[in-house]
Design a protein around this ligand. Structure first.
Ligand SMILES: [Zn+2]
Length: 634
């Protein structure tokens, strides 16, 4: 789906000359601009010298005998490489007898073939050849220079890895907290953390690794005067007997400011779907989400880390929100708190409804708990006086409401359900109430000729427009195969009676939230998101099909589709839970993401490129939906 699931080793300096498919013989010209940025003057000089040397080497990229046969390099090492081998990737017309450096290779239907080429020191020629069934032949040659070099980092001159430095931004804290500082730098030296004002220095602890040391220090901020900005900086001193005796002070500092609780501001959420996250870890797709808050909710801050506020939810719970998602509330405002005296539930059009007084704009979160057949609503800043919980007749999804005061300021409502097989829920403030609706199931007859009659299915073709998604080894484009599969799946579902909503029905740009909104507003009963995966190094490493859910209520749908997709012969990559994809984070309907297979795996890509295989995938996803409907029908 998203290209950086793993770090893809793309050392793809496709340089001019030999790497083209031109008919005439050309001279290799190593383009220094395409080489990776040299770290030092010495390396820059070496790269320039290599380019000059390579420019003098004649090589060719030809159709032999003046015909239209072709072969080309897709991935090559840098003109000057320090790695002794490289996975060279080539492409020609399929079918052909193909080879790299004389070694016959398997060619995939996508035209690609590849080989791990080992280099000798000095100039190396890489030769790719393709012979067509009718005897036409093409050859491509490419020259590189391999230099054996110790790539490990030397301690001198002293250095620090700036991006490893924690804290990674300026921070504001409460008294009594501790700042943890850590960074990677020259192996085996002495590091000091200097704090100004106050002229305080702390010697860092050191752990040695292969070619660096990890330095760490803890700074208790209890001695810092409130409101005074302190500067933290680092000093690296050679260990006794070190080569230079020169102290290194990197241009790197962080500020730490301590504030009393009452000096941290109240803020008000201003954007739709503002993310309140548990922490500021930086996994892909953002930190683990605790809630999406809407405009108007008032929050008490208790710290600031770079561009995020820490939010105090209760005396034991906190979260983080982007500074850009809130407005500063100035002057004398109190943090909102109130008492809940009653609540109720009952049937309504489309679903059962829970109504809880919402007298102040406090933060609230919903925790989905299918194993215990319940939705847990937590409201911060609310005290219960709930001696009056009304249950009206006719609820189909909700059994009963119970509650608990979990801290003096945390009110928790348990919406106990009759079943974990629900069809979605939605919570929002309506006037002076917080209203949760739990949707009724669609009326379906699975034994009918068209078993999807009465079912509305939304399908999201991943990416689109300027966002191509992943690119396969042979050049297959993710957004295109996503759309193709989505349309095939849509047709199949429609033929079985479903009303189909194609969230993206053409090659166009669409924001992720707009995609989710489109599905929700359509009133669909189900959302299937279609993507294809990428990642791993090499061309045969990571493979397989996978499905993803964010809300655990939708795990059975992801599982059912996954089981059927495995019948296509694709390998297992797994059913992935808690997955933070914006589109399928919807609670309003069962929503899952399908990652068809890996476009960066030669065999997977070969399958994905085949329209018949995509038709098979559509059929399997459809069967997975039927399996799910049967499973949850009571
Ligand atoms: Zn994708």
């Amino acid at each position: 789906m998203i290209k950086n699931l793993f770090i893809i080793a793309l050392a793809t300096a496709v340089i001019a000359g030999c790497s083209t498919t031109g008919r005439t013989g050309k001279t290799a010209v190593a383009d220094p601009a395409s080489a990776k940025v040299a770290a030092t003057d010495e390396e820059a000089a070496a790269t320039a010298a290599a380019a000059e040397k390579l420019a003098a080497i004649p090589c060719r990229c030809d159709s032999l005998g003046n015909n239209s046969a072709w072969v080309r390099f897709l991935r090559l090492p840098e003109p000057l490489t320090f790695q002794s081998q490289f996975d060279v990737l080539c492409k020609s017309e399929y079918p052909a007898a193909v080879s790299i450096n004389g070694q016959a290779l398997k060619q995939y239907k996508t035209g690609i073939f590849f080989s791990t080429v080992s280099f000798n020191e000095g100039v190396n020629m890489i030769t790719a050849e393709a012979v067509y069934p009718d005897g036409r032949r093409a050859v491509c040659e490419h020259a590189i220079i391999y230099e054996k070099r110790d790539m490990s980092r030397q301690p001198f001159p002293l250095w620090i890895e700036k991006r490893s430095f924690e804290p990674s931004s300026d921070i504001e804290l409460l008294p009594g907290e501790v700042v943890k500082v850590s960074f990677r730098a020259s192996k085996g030296q002495v590091a000091w953390l200097d704090i100004k004002p106050g002229r305080k220095s702390i010697k860092c602890l050191r752990d040695d690794f292969a070619d660096y040391s990890l330095y760490r220090a803890e700074v208790p901020v209890r001695d810092f005067a409130a409101g005074v900005t302190h500067f933290l900086s680092v000093r690296l001193v050679p260990e006794a007997g070190g080569a230079t005796g020169v102290v290194y002070r990197p241009d790197l500092s962080r500020t730490v400011t301590v504030r009393n609780p009452e000096d941290f501001p109240l803020v008000r959420v201003k954007n739709d779907y503002s993310r309140l996250v548990y922490n500021l870890g930086a996994p892909r797709l953002g930190g683990p989400i605790r809630a999406e808050l809407g405009p108007g909710v008032v929050l008490k801050t208790s710290g600031r880390i770079g561009a995020s506020y820490r939010i105090r939810l209760s005396n034991t719970e906190s979260g983080f929100i982007s500074v850009d998602d809130v407005d500063f509330l100035s002057g004398g405002k109190m943090q909102p708190v109130y008492n809940v005296t009653s609540m109720s539930c009952g049937p309504a059009a489309g679903g059962d409804v829970v109504t809880i007084p919402y007298l102040e704009p406090v933060p609230y979160v919903v925790y989905p708990d299918p194993d215990r057949k319940r939705l847990v609503i937590t409201m911060f800043g609310v005290e219960s006086a709930s001696t009056w919980v009304t249950h009206r007749r006719g609820c189909r999804m909700i059994d009963k409401l119970t509650w608990e005061q979990t801290t003096p300021e945390t009110f928790r409502v348990y919406v106990n359900l009759n079943t974990s097989n629900i069809w979605g829920y939605d919570i929002r403030p309506v006037g002076r109430n917080l209203v949760l609706s739990v949707r009724y199931p669609p009326v379906l007859d699975l034994s009918a000729e068209k078993p999807f009659t009465g079912l509305k299915i939304a399908i999201e073709a991943g990416h689109g427009g300027s966002n191509s998604g992943a690119i396969g080894l042979s050049g297959l484009v993710e957004k295109e195969i996503n759309l193709d599969l989505s349309l095939r799946l849509g047709e199949l579902c429609a033929s079985m009676g479903a009303e189909v909503v194609q969230v993206r029905d053409s090659d166009r740009d669409m924001a992720l939230l707009a995609k989710r909104d489109t599905a929700i507003r359509s009133g669909a009963h189900m959302l299937i998101s279609i993507h294809a995966n990428a990642g791993g190094s090499g061309y045969l490493s990571v493979s397989g099909t996978s499905t993803y859910w964010h809300n655990p209520f939708w795990a059975p749908l992801a599982q059912a589709i996954y089981e059927r997709l495995l019948e296509t012969g694709l390998g297992e990559f797994g059913v992935v839970g808690s997955f933070n994809y914006t589109v399928t984070r919807a609670s309003q309907m069962p929503a899952v993401l399908v990652e068809q297979a890996f476009m960066t795996h030669a065999e997977d890509e070969e399958r994905l490129a085949d329209p018949e295989f995509r038709q098979l995938e559509a059929e399997k996803i459809c069967q997975g939906i039927i399996d799910y409907l049967k499973e949850i029908k009571e």
